[in-house]
Write a protein of this length. Structure first.
Ligand code: PMP
Length: 296
């Protein structure tokens, strides 16, 4: 992720990545009590642009707030720091990972002080394959009565790691997690949509991380006139649907080939997801994305 000359931002200063040190007595390390974001920048015709910087940094601030982590850097300051970081590293297409860490404190009381780190690395290709085979996980997403699941909290990702590991151990590419009630929730790091009879369905907010990509996809559906329904549904309803996809900042819009070894019926090229995949690409690259320009 970093080389000899990589620069990161930590606790008020830009520094060489290898020189940054965190305290082993940090609450964040012992308890997963930290909040973070996953953001991307793209080389567009208008220069290097961070996609949805405001939405990501507003969510970072929200995550810190609901977790009781003191954090007062504004969205504008965070955005400016990130552009400076990209420039200092000469990154264009980058993955950006800000994290708000808590200071040394071994108690379970809320954070007294926080440190902001912003790391980034040049990253063009998605980490996911072109078409993914997913399995319904035996792990459920964290119970919303026990966690702030609207927030992007480091500790929640232990659940994601377990689910991902189980899927890989069973020969699948990725997991699909249900919520505590047994409804489809999301992937370990992405939201999910499926298509049936010309309509898209996606889990309603409440038991999922409401993704920024998901919101963008919903906006694109409106522009493109694609009907979409947010509702609760069981895995049986999704299994064997016409098509399906995951979406997230890292994954963008990525096709699902099969679920629990049952293929989605339609070829991906003919799916609504494929249309949205192109539209999303145009969107991050700041190309026009009207119904007319979508296939150019
Ligand atoms: N769900 C989970 C659990 C995630 O980790 C992510 C990635 N942040 C998403 C959904 C998608 O969110 P976004 O589109 O904001 O990246």
């Amino acid at each position: 992720y970093y080389g000899e000359s990589t620069v990161l931002y930590f606790n008020g200063a830009f520094m060489n990545a290898a020189d940054a040190k965190i305290d082993l007595y940090s609450q964040s390390l012992h308890y997963g009590y930290a909040v973070f974001e996953g953001i991307r920048s793209y080389q567009t015709a208008n220069g290097t642009k961070i996609f949805k910087a405001k939405e990501h940094y507003d969510r970072l601030r929200y995550s810190a707030e609901v977790m009781g982590i003191p954090f007062s850097v504004s969205t504008q300051e965070l955005t400016d720091l990130t552009y400076e970081l990209l420039e200092r590293n000469s990154f264009t297409n980058a993955y950006i990972r800000p994290v708000v860490l808590c200071s040394p404190n071994m108690s379970l009381s809320k954070g007294k002080e926080s440190y902001l780190a912003i790391t980034a690395w040049e990253w063009t290709n998605g980490y996911l394959s072109n078409q993914m085979r997913i399995m319904t996980s035996s792990y459920r997403r964290p119970n919303p009565s026990g966690f702030k699941i609207n927030a992007k909290v480091s500790g929640h990702y232990v659940n994601s790691i377990l689910a991902c590991q189980e899927a890989k151990d069973n020969g699948f590419d990725e997991a699909l997690l249900l919520d505590i009630e047994g409804n489809v929730a999301e992937g370990p790091g992405a939201n999910v949509f499926f298509e049936k009879d010309g309509v898209l369905y996606t889990p309603a907010a409440g038991n999922i991380l409401p993704g920024i990509t998901r919101a963008t996809v919903l906006d694109l559906c409106e522009i493109l006139g694609i009907p979409v329904v947010e509702k609760k549904f069981k895995p049986e309803e999704m299994r064997g649907a016409d098509s399906a996809f995951y979406c997230g900042t890292a994954a963008e819009v990525v096709a699902l080939e099969s679920m629990d070894n049952i293929p989605f019926a339609q070829p991906w090229e003919n799916s609504l997801g494929s249309e949205l995949q192109k539209a999303y690409k145009n969107c991050v690259l700041e190309k026009e994305y009207t119904a007319e320009t979508i296939n150019n």
